[in-house]
Design a protein around this ligand. Structure first.
Ligand code: ADP
Ligand code: MG
Length: 551
């Protein structure tokens, strides 16, 4: 015999869970309540566009957040669609019943799904993470009487006649002692900036306790027109063809508080097979060893989700600075979910490809600019090659090397240049100062070497050797190119023998064999060669903290 039943959920049990665990960051209530206000406005605008209603007031659409520290309240007001009593009961009191989804289903055919933010029907309750009592005062666009709802976080609520006389909704949070930091105007403003800086409706923040300002001389200040805290039409939502270089640069400095100009940028704009918009900037490094500290901000429909989510953005791209807005990524991202999501992999592949395409096109069309950026972008590109096979394959022929003559050339160009002297060996300098005398020696003899002085280069060299099997990278003191050897001078064998005895006894190693050769150089009197393989092995062991004695 089998039996079926319904799971029943008691709100007295679920409330504390929502309050505590739904979102890990308490400040997220800001995002949820303000995004509901924006949704309410977008819904009303949509109804007007569809001819379902008309906007008689013609007041500009906006959201106002008023903080009253003395009364411990934060009020979020909108002039959106409002709610009738039935709607309050349905959307607010039925936890996890999303009015956003309901709205979308109702107007499914006429709606562009991406525009409404809400989804889960839980956002409103995040207000109880910071407030003990929440009130709603709302007037529906339908002309139904205004409604007042209030709830003290228990399982009952009160409904009565509301006070609002204009269309829209006030959400009033009575903030708890515990969360009173949000009652500070500046804390609240910066939290709003963090989550709402690109929300699609102008948002104003007002300090209710601030008296009308008069200047020290007692004259009344001319009141400046208040400015919204957000940018409702961020640059990345526009078509790339409509944006100017100046706009890209201004957007960069405003968004990332970086007053150095970016080197270049990539405007992402994709509709199929998924929606994705954004701009990635390549920041300029002040010197080539500077630690690159990027930041990729992830948005969902102009609502901030989080910074630097490496499950969505390939890790090496986190060295860049940028915005990625993808409406298909859930707002309350759980990282383990994202990790296993094939869709997320597609996003990251797409972004990686776009970045490689941009770099290759710069190489092909603006080589001089590409070269001038190389010092700044090379750690990023090399890291990308080490981390992403596909990126590496695409970028293989567009990696530049800086030669000791300060030229930037590709590996193939280098090999071509040295083909008569180097036999597929790439001589490199890993430390400009310590190896400077060898650099001079190379220059004296018209030989070429490249600089590979960045910490990432030692890993990158092995990577390049794997990719170019017949090429060998040699540190400038690891081997002597035949062009540096004086062929016709006789070797002093007695000296050679003496040195042999000296080295074998000092190093206590009778397998050692000392071989003398004559160097063509004015600057370097003598040179002790250090085998590339054993040096690399030693360096690796040091890196892993292994004992290198006896090597
Ligand atoms: P979601 O936004 O995912 O639908 P929420 O819990 O955030 O879920 O909100 C529940 C519902 O309450 C919304 O879908 C909407 O119908 C209604 N609502 C919340 N805030 C407002 C508001 N400011 N104006 C009009 N309706 C609102
Ligand atoms: Mg919501």
């Amino acid at each position: 015999m089998s039996k079926q039943g319904n799971l029943s959920i008691h709100s007295e049990n679920i409330f504390p869970i929502i309050k505590k665990w739904l979102y890990s960051d308490h400040d997220i209530f800001v995002r949820e309540i303000i995004s509901n206000a924006c949704d309410a406005i977008l819904k009303f605008r949509k109804l007007c566009d569809m001819g379902e209603t008309t906007d008689e007031t013609q007041t500009p659409f906006e959201v106002t957040v008023t903080v009253n520290e003395k009364e411990s309240t934060i009020t979020v007001s909108d002039n959106g669609i409002g709610m009738t009593e039935e709607e309050v009961e349905k959307y607010i009191t039925q936890i996890a019943f999303s009015g956003a989804e309901d709205f979308l289903n109702k107007y499914q055919d006429k709606m562009d799904k991406e525009q409404i933010i809400g989804h889960f029907g839980l956002g409103f309750y995040s207000s109880f993470m910071v407030a003990d009592t929440v009130e709603i005062d709302t007037l529906s666009y339908t002309g139904a009487p205004s409604v007042h709802w209030s709830c003290d976080g228990g399982t009952t609520y009160e409904l009565s006649e509301g006070k609002r006389t204009t269309r829209g909704t006030d959400i009033i949070l009575h903030v708890t002692e515990e969360s009173k930091e949000f009652l500070n105007f500046y804390t609240l403003s910066s939290t709003i900036e963090k989550y709402c800086n690109f929300m699609p409706v102008p948002i104003y923040v007002v300090d209710a306790n601030k008296e009308t300002t008069t200047s020290a001389e007692g004259e009344e200040n001319t009141v400046e027109a208040p400015k919204p805290i957000n940018d409702p039409i961020p640059l990345y939502t526009k078509k790339p063809s409509e944006c100017t270089d100046e706009e890209y640069k201004t957007f960069y400095s405003k968004t990332f508080m970086d007053y150095n100009e970016p080197l270049f940028w990539i405007h992402l704009d994709m509709d199929y097979p998924f929606n994705l918009k954004g701009i990635l900037y390549f920041p300029k490094l002040h010197n080539e060893y500077e630690m690159v500290e990027g930041k990729i901000k992830l948005y969902n429909n102009q609502v901030f989700v989080a910074d630097n989510i490496k499950e969505v953005i390939p890790e090496f791209l986190l060295l860049l600075k940028g915005i990625v807005d993808c409406p298909d990524i859930p707002l309350n991202v759980s990282r383990s979910f994202l990790q296993n999501d094939g869709f997320v992999k597609k996003i990251s592949d797409y972004i990686t490809k776009k970045v490689a395409d941009k770099l290759i096109s710069l190489y092909k069309k603006e080589l001089d600019h590409y070269k001038s950026c190389w010092d700044s972008i090379s750690p990023f590109i090399k890291y990308g090659c080490l981390r992403e096979e596909k990126f590496s394959t695409k970028m293989k022929d567009y990696i530049l090397y800086k030669t000791i003559d300060d030229e930037y050339i590709t590996l193939n160009d280098y090999l071509e240049k040295v083909k008569d002297t180097n036999e597929n060996k790439v001589f490199y300098v890993s430390d400009k100062e310590k190896q400077s005398q060898y650099v001079t020696m190379f220059k004296e003899n018209n030989l070429s070497a490249i600089y590979l002085t960045h910490p990432i280069d030692s890993s990158f060299i092995s990577h390049m050797e794997m990719q170019n099997k017949d090429v060998k990278f040699m540190r400038i003191d690891a081997d002597i190119s035949s062009a540096l050897k004086e062929e016709n001078t006789a070797i002093d064998t007695a000296k050679e023998e003496k040195l042999n005895t000296l080295f074998t006894s000092i190093l206590n190693n009778d397998k050692l064999k000392v071989k003398l050769e004559t160097l063509k150089s004015q600057t370097v009197p003598s040179m002790l060669l250090i085998s590339e393989e054993s040096r690399r092995m030693q360096e690796m062991m040091k890196l892993y903290g292994m004992d290198t004695n006896g090597m």
